[in-house]
Design a protein around this ligand. Sequence first.
Ligand code: AMP
Length: 142
Amino acid sequence: MPAYDPNNIFAKILRGELPCHKVYEDDRAFAFLDIMPRAPGHTLVIPKSPARNLLDVAADDLAHVAMIVQKVARAAHTAFEADGVTLQQFNESAGGQVVFHLHFHIIPRKEGVAMKPPASEKEKPEVLAEHARKLAAALAAG
Ligand code: AMP
């Protein structure tokens, strides 16, 4: 497997070199909205440690990220009045991975509504800003 590339897009977001719509941050994890959501509220949760994917992440970093994935999934379920939540996580190109910093997709789902295809449409910044605000509020409410 190739080495971690510190110039991947999510590493740049973590360093504040690229903008994002932040939903959550602590000392080991970060969550922000996917710019091409497959459904409203589509969020990405990543570790701060430089892990390429599930295959090289340290077990304790993965455990912490999993805890945050659950927190964000619960908040998304509430904030978007979802009927369910889909998780996705891809490893290496053959596994569907495009950005090589470990990330979990959290996608709130409505009964009978199909997800948009991957990377089909960029969402408007003002819509993402409103969705990030709603999610952050639901997280703060616990
Ligand atoms: P994958 O590696 O297959 O899980 O796909 C990467 C995901 O990152 C896709 O869902 C993209 O829409 C998303 N993405 C790419 N660039 C950005 C960005 N700058 N901010 C937020 N999401 C992004």
